[in-house]
Every structure is written in structure tokens, then in C-alpha cells.
Design a protein around this ligand. Sequence first.
Ligand code: NAD
Length: 439
Amino acid sequence: MKTACIESRGSLGGTCLNVGCIPSKSLLNLSEEFQKVKHLSNKGIEIGEVKLNLSKMMKSKDKAVTILTKGVEFLLKKNKVTYFKGFGSFKSKNQISITNDQNKEILIETEKTIIATGSLPVSLPGVQFDEKTIVSSTGALKLEQVPKKMVVVGGGYIGLEMGSVWSRLGAEVHVVEFLDHITPGMDSEISNEFMKILKKQGIKFHMQHKVEGIKKNKLGAVVATSDKEGNKKDFECNVVLISVGRKPNTQGLNLEKMGVNLDEKKRIKTDKNFKTSLENIYAIGDVIDGPMLAHKAEDEGIAVAENIAGQSGHVNYDTIPGVVYTTPEVASIGKTEEQLKKLEIKYKIGKFSFMANSRAKAIDDAEGFVKILADAKTDKVLGAHLIGPHAGELIAEIGIAMEFGASSEDIARTCHAHPTFSEAVKEAALSVEKRAIHS
Ligand code: NAD
């Protein structure tokens, strides 16, 4: 097909590459190195005083972003996709206007269109991001100084990742969360363990606290909260990160006039082939239903292209992994225990602690565990939840197992190299039938 991509940011790769996954992973890695190196003398490696050069660290992060976004530009060229730099808006179902940053408009004709305009950070009522004192994830990725005190509103993916970065670099981080647990939707055993570990790392949690308002002052800002008993507490801080979720980005596309239907959460409604209410217009990623994850959007992009080309594109929503890139990492796939209970599906649990994994012990990185949920009757793997070293990589093995309809015994009988972290997955699978070797 003859294809074109319209992008208004001036740089390709969307939220993920520009202001999301990639810059945050760069800072997560660098801040972890900073923290690790400070403690190496305990292990016999003396390197003297360790100092932070934040602007150099930020440059290193920006370099990673530039390399990757330029890489995407190169790939578009290589694959003969025309790249239009500008803001796209539907004129009709076969015509899109593109306005560039000089306000020049051109019109292109199209047979089929895929909307993949992503999502935007949500703020709190009456609170505006200035991206310096009151920041979204975008501002939290480019602070010029380490704040003395940072309040993070919302204990989800962004709050905990960016809270970890700034805590490791020296900030006192307070997470104010509306619910009684962090990372809603995650298996609760993992979520509880996760909070315990983050507390040990120095992050302070204020659960069941509602934010009533945020006002800027000389120092930075004051976050007014009340707890579930109605007790009021103000948090004075230098920077507030608001990470209470993201909303679909459909503004300016002219969808209402075109007759493209949205759902109650303002997401674009699609059928199972990603078709909107208009025959030749499709939508994928954060603008439609489902987890707001880059890899979910990527798989939908491939499936929709296959469908448009007359093939049978398909996404298996039961096997989309979720990873929080903190230390340790947290990863999950498939159903949680809470979901299985709700669905009245009988299940068995296999669990194995990294404390009994030789590789993890050898490198003194043995926090966390692997939990596998399997069908009580058929032994088919229904879900897996991990907290521990390299959990985000280990989850891929379970994803493949689930795609092939494997049982926990299939994983348990697969030879895993020794000594590796992946042996903890094998042992958790063995533990489903109470046959773990090292526990
Ligand atoms: P989130 O949905 O992960 O978490 C939001 C948190 O804010 C929840 O715990 C919620 O209970 C809490 N909350 C909501 N309103 C509140 C209020 N008024 N006061 C206090 N707490 C409140 O959202 P996020 O962290 O902003 O992330 C946005 C999206 O980006 C998510 O869909 C996430 O999946 C995605 N993301 C993924 C990754 C990753 O894959 N590693 C990283 C970053 C972001």
C-alpha cells in the first residue's frame, strides 16, 4: 500500500520514545547506577566520592531519545512511508488537512486512515501543569534540579517509576494515593510486597488520601489533602508530580463532525477489527479501550495493517504483559487471583521466592517472588505475577507458554539454565504441584 504518517510533534516515536518509556527507562537506569555505585564500597570496590551531575545525566537521556526517534525516521524512509510533519485533521472521511508549524495547510486524499493519536496526562480539577513546579510525567523527566521534597499524586506506573528516580537522586518523595493500595488492578499480593519494598527504599506513602487542592507558593507548592476520616493535612514541597492517569487524545481531529463514535470515557469505539463507526477509519492504541501500553498499541498496529491488507490480524488481550521498571521490577500477565475469584474459576498457586534462587543470592539481589496461577483441573497457566530482578524480561517466557496454551507442568519440565533468575520461574511452576526443589 502507499502509506503516509502524519506527526505534529516534530519528532517520531510518540509518547513512548519522546516523553514516556524511553526517557524514563534511561533515567531509571542512570539513577539506579548512581545509587548502586554509592554502596559498592560495602562489597570491596572503593571508588571515592560519588557526585551527581544532573545536567549531564539529562543529556545522556536526551541522546538516547534522539537516537531512537531518528531511528524511526530512518525506518519510515527505508520502508517508503511519506512523513508529513504537521497536525492532521479530518476534512471528510477521505480527506485530511495537515497544518505545519508555519500554519501552512495542505490537503491529502486517503482511502483508509488509522488513528493512533495516543493519550495525554490528566490533571486534577482546577490544577494546571506548568511542567516546572506542578508537573506531569513530561516535566518530571526534565527537572533541572533534584527537588528537596517531591509529592507524587497517584501511586500507579508513572508515580512509582518517576518517584523512584527522584528518590534515588536524593529527593524526599511522598506518594499520596486515593486507594488503600498502589498499582490498582495488579495482583494484590504483589502490590502489597511492592509497597513494602518501596517503603524500605525510603519512599513515603499516604494511602486513602484525597487531594483537595494544590496551590503554588514561594518554595514550590502546597498540596492540601484529607484522609478517609476527614483529617486534613498539607504537604509543602518543591515539586508535585500528578500521575493520576491519562486521557485519550482526540482533540482537533474533527471526529464528532465526521460521525466517529466515542465511548463514555471519550475513547474511540472500535469493533474487533479496529474499525470505527466509519467504514474506512480505524483506531488503535491509547485512543481505544484497553491498557495504555506501547506494546499493546504496537501489536494492534500490526493487526490493523494485516486486516486492511485482507489478512487476519488479531491481538490476544489475555497475554499482554505489564511491567513497572522500578527496582525490583514488577511484571504481570494474564489473570490475577482477584480476577479468577470474581470469575469463579478454580485455580492452583505456585510460588517461589528469589531468596532461594542461587543467582539472585550470588549477586545480593534476592527480593521478591514469582507467582504462577494455573487452572485447578487442566493445569493451564492462567496468569503469572512477578516481583524481583529482571521480572520484566522473565515474563516473556510465561507469555510464550500462555500463547501455546501450556500447563504449569510444561514450564516445570523445561530445562532452565543454572544459575539464572529464570530458575525461579521453573521452581514456581514446580510449586504449583508442591514439587519445588529449593524450598
Ligand atoms: P495509573 O492509572 O497507572 O495510576 C494512577 C493512580 O492514581 C492510581 O493508583 C489511582 O488510584 C490514583 N489516583 C487517581 N486519582 C487520584 C487522586 N485524585 N488522588 C490520589 N490518587 C489518585 O496512571 P499513571 O501512573 O498516570 O500512568 C498513566 C498510564 O501510562 C497508565 O495507563 C500506565 O499503564 C501507562 N504507563 C505505563 C508504564 C509502563 O508500562 N511501565 C509506565 C508509565 C506509564
